[in-house]
Structure formats: C-alpha cells, structure tokens
Design a protein around this ligand. Structure first.
Ligand code: ATP
Ligand code: MG
Length: 248
C-alpha cells in the first residue's frame, strides 16, 4: 500500500545541512499494524512527516498504491487517504472542536460523535470548546486522536498517542486504536509503550535517522527489550566511557 524507497531527509540550518533521515526503506502492507519505536530524536516523527508530506524527502521516493506521491503536499496526500495525528497537536485560534471534526468527517452533521466518546471525552462538554490554549495538553491530544479516528483514512499514523494520556484512559486508547483498525487500513503507531509494541504485527526500530531493525513483533520485541536493558545504550559519550566494560 505504502512504500518508502531509499528515503532521505536533510534540513538546512544555520550551522549548515543536517541529516535527519537516511536510506529509509519501508513496505507498509494493507491490513497490517506497525509500531515505530526508537530513542528520542532518532527520526520517528520525521518518518511520519515525510509520509504525510509535511517535509519533502531530499532523496528517494514514496509510493502509495504504486503511485509516486513523493512531490505531493499535505492536502493532496490527505485526499488520497493518508492521515496523521501529531505528536504535539497544533492549536487553531477561532476554531471549535466540532468544526475540526466536521472537516475530518467531510460532513456538516455531527449528530453522533462516537469518536469523542471512544477516546473518553463527552461530546456535550467538548464539541463547542475552542481549539486553543484553554484545552489541557491531554485534552488536545485526545481531540487530535478523535479527529484521526473521525477521518478514518486508509493510512493512519498516530504519533505517540499515549503521551499526556492518563493511566485510566490508556487501556481505552489501546482498545480504540486496535478496534478501529480495518483490513483495508494501514495503522502506524509511533510509541515507546510495551503494550502498544505488543499489539502490532511488525515493529520498526529507528535509530540515528536510519532503520536499524524491522520485522515481526515476536522476533523484534525481545531484541529491543534486551538492548534497552543494557546500560551502555547511552548517547552521552562520557557515559559510554563509564560503561566501556559492558560486553555488548
Ligand atoms: N527543523 C529542525 N532543525 C534542526 N533539527 C531538527 C529539525 N527538525 C528535526 N530536527 C532534528 O531531527 C531529529 C529527529 O527528530 P524527530 O522529531 O523525528 O525525532 P523523534 O524520533 O520523533 O523523537 P521523539 O521520541 O523525541 O519524539 C532530532 O534530533 C531533531 O532535533
Ligand atoms: Mg517524535
């Protein structure tokens, strides 16, 4: 359904060009659930951004149902059926929750807003709320997830959906992401949570802008778990020296 072929992303900064992603190759198949995991700053959200067209790759190609979409922008990709729930959802001044959900559902009728209930928000309390700073971090995150559920695109990318969600709602979140997954969808969840990594078909490990491991959940999860327990797995060089005796 969705293919990333030798995708690279470089950004121009004041210090010069920096490499964010390098040689990303992915084949995301219809009906499958994927988890993307890896250390902070490794490039997980950047992978989502290039799939969504928020950042255009500086090398490589992206195919959606065999059509080359590498140069398409966000709106065109959204129309094709690619959707992304941001890690840090933007707030829109002058817009209400109901407006956002109506755009996502492509209908002016919000008679039954199950998507808010599914994520633990009562429509009576939230539909008329402004999408501004008056919403708490967890509320805006839930509304973002509800919007992607309402949109129900062919490719659904949830970027750390658990972030800011309270413990009581976490199980509900996992249930709703799982139960709304369809045989003709692709669901990608960027996450650090063991429960989420255990519910998917395949795990993709991103490290230092590259895919360092990918494969069946049963094969990859034990390897990730083992390497995460190793103390020398630190990005700080000084700590690297301290753990220099580590056999790994
Ligand atoms: N505009 C930018 N300018 C400079 N560096 C950037 C820019 N955008 C992203 N980066 C860097 O690219 C790297 C990858 O960022 P990305 O947001 O993809 O990481 P991530 O794996 O999603 O991390 P996290 O787990 O913290 O969400 C980071 O080191 C980040 O600082
Ligand atoms: Mg991220």
């Amino acid at each position: 359904m969705l293919n990333l072929i030798h995708v690279g992303l470089e950004l121009d900064t004041e210090e010069g060009k920096i490499r964010i992603l390098e040689d990303i190759n992915l084949e995301l198949g219809k009906g499958k659930m994927y988890a993307v995991t890896g250390p902070n700053g490794s490039g997980k959200s950047s992978v989502a951004r290039v799939i969504m067209g928020i950042a255009l790759p500086t090398s490589g190609n992206i195919l959606f149902n065999d059509k080359d979409i590498t140069d398409l922008g966000i709106t065109e990709r959204a129309k094709l059926g690619i959707g992304y729930a941001f890690q840090h959802p933007p707030r829109f001044k002058g817009m209400r929750v109901v407006d956002m959900l109506e755009i996502a559902m492509r209908t002016g009728e919000m008679a039954d807003c199950q998507c808010l209930r599914n994520i633990g928000l009562c429509p009576d309390d939230y539909l008329e709320r402004a999408l501004d700073a008056s919403l708490s971090g967890g509320e805006i995150k839930r509304i973002e997830i509800a919007t992607l559920l309402a949109q129900n695109p062919k490719v659904r990318i949830f970027d750390e959906p658990e972030a800011g969600i309270d413990l009581w709602s976490f199980e509900q979140l996992i249930d709703v992401v799982g139960s709304t997954h369809r045989e003709d969808n692709v669901t990608v969840v960027i996450s650090h949570q063991e429960k989420i990594l255990n519910m998917v078909d395949e795990i993709i490990l991103v490290e230092n802008g590259m895919i360092s491991m990918k494969g069946d959940q049963e094969t990859i999860w034990p390897q990730i778990k083992e390497s995460a327990e190793c103390e020398c797995r630190n990005s700080c060089t000084r700590e690297g020296e301290i753990y220099a005796d580590c056999p790994r």
